[in-house]
Write a protein that binds this ligand. Sequence first.
Ligand code: FPP
Length: 249
Amino acid sequence: MDSDLPLDLNIENLPHHVAVIMDGNGRWATKQKLPRIAGHRQGAKTLKELLRCSKNWGIKILTAYAFSTENWRRPNEEVDFLMILFEKMLRHELEEMHRQGVKINFVGDLSALPKSLQNEIHRSMLETSNNQDIQFNVAVNYGSRKEIVNACRQIAELVQKGEINLEDINENLIEQNLYTADIPAPDLLIRTSGEKRLSNFLLWQMAYTEMYFTDILWPDFDRAAFHNALLSYQNRERRFGKVKAVLSA
Ligand code: FPP
């Protein structure tokens, strides 16, 4: 692999799964006196670069929050633009992503998306399903609470049908009924633009995820910024509720 991993990063301690909340596209555009949609267009380029960089550096899963269940409340023109942007990205980039060994996956309630986008989504997931270099999850019409309610309903139905007993409900079963079934939890979450919230993103999955917040607006989040986020991650001690390892004298 032609990894160009920066020398000060420890290859043994990279996050396996990085999740990103790509915030600040609108503010980036306004600062440049451009319409908000120009920020999303630039944001898409940033995401492409981050995917390329993640793959080269040996990160195995990248998950991006592209559209939340709450984002439908934005002006119609902006929502329409984003739906078309997702579709265009898939149409134009699929071949290249496939060649790069990217396995594309979507999480969220896809049934509410325009039919033509749903078709592109299914085609891209099917075509890239055997790729193994990096898994790229795109969260679209995603909301964590909705995801959990959905999982509860699916499990309740199994109990109702007598297929499982109440005692069979455990963390593993809940995980298997989330959109992210079979995807290990993120090790690192990055949120740009200075906001310090989770905004209904992967609430169950991020119980032990390290959080990194930066003031950089998403379209400006480049390779150097990602490098800094990874350095911060590598300086942390992840204890998962345990006490610090005690060195024997
Ligand atoms: C948040 O910034 C950004 C979004 C809701 C859209 C994210 C979408 C992309 C980056 C497009 C690329 C994605 C794919 C999968 C092709 P904001 O609009 O909330 O910014 P603001 O807080 O400054 O208004």
